[in-house]
Design a binder for this molecule. Structure first.
Ligand code: PGA
Length: 242
């Protein structure tokens, strides 16, 4: 694993955005795996800024998002579909026909998970962006998830619901309890992985990911078995590393 430590969230967002920008420039038809959450917000803002200033084009880029809440229509303001439009897709020249997220509002969630897994299986994700949960989840693969897991309907654990309540008026009762998420096995098929983590609340998970036991109890530790992983950390997230 290539570990890059930087001072703060600003620096992390710049370094990680530059990795994606260089990847897009070197392969204009790149297939990107994308993530939502607080961690990549400034990174996406940097991609938009670079697109406007330097004309980096996304016209040939395809994207596949990690996950989506079950029970929220794609147009819901807290859906990950809306997040991606607000933070990236609406501000660059990407073709919306080439962006892919699971749909959390179909009549058959299992069938939708299968459809999405097949879609991802039929492509090669060149670069997968990941955040990490305070409990070490990647996507919505909570502790105990199989390292071989495929895209599936998953239950969110209480820690994740509490952590995401900030986007739902601080009200845990409004947070969906299930999601459709790429599995750890789906994620591991990406050619390269870029994980970003910022803040003291991520330090324990990062310590385990980098120095601890490879175990399904910390889903992110699967990445230790992946040949091409870059982790960008700010000082707080790296603060417990030896
Ligand atoms: P965050 O979430 O970026 O909002 O901290 C990361 C995650 O839960 O994977």
């Amino acid at each position: 694993m290539n570990i890059i430590k930087v001072k703060d969230y600003e620096a992390l967002s710049e370094v990680a955005a530059n990795i994606i920008i260089e990847a897009v420039k070197s392969k204009p038809e790149i297939s990107l795996g994308l993530a939502t959450g607080g961690s990549p917000v400034q990174l996406y803002a940097n991609l938009v800024k670079d697109h406007k200033e330097n004309k980096t084009s996304y016209a040939g880029v395809s994207t596949y998002n990690l996950d989506e809440y079950i029970g929220l229509d794609p147009s819901h303001e807290q859906s990950y579909n809306t997040f991606m439009k607000n933070n990236l897709f609406n501000h660059v020249d990407i073709n919306l026909a080439n962006v892919h997220l699971p749909n959390g509002n179909t009549s058959d969630h299992e069938a939708e998970a299968k459809r999405f897994e097949e879609l991802v299986a039929n492509t090669t994700i060149d670069l997968q962006l990941l955040g990490i949960g305070t409990n070490g989840h990647i996507g919505f693969n909570e502790p105990g998830s199989s390292f071989d897991g495929k895209t599936a309907v998953v239950d969110l654990v209480q820690e994740t619901i509490e952590s995401n309540a900030r986007y739902f008026e601080g009200n845990e009762d409004l947070v969906p309890t299930q999601a459709i998420s790429m599995g750890v096995g789906t994620i591991m098929r990406a050619k390269a992985i870029l994980l970003i983590a910022s803040g003291k609340n991520k330090a324990e998970a990062i310590k385990w990911l980098v120095e601890g036991e490879v175990s399904e109890d910390l889903p992110a530790s699967a990445l230790r078995n992946h040949p091409n992983v870059t982790i960008v950390l700010d000082e707080d997230a790296a603060s417990l590393l030896q």
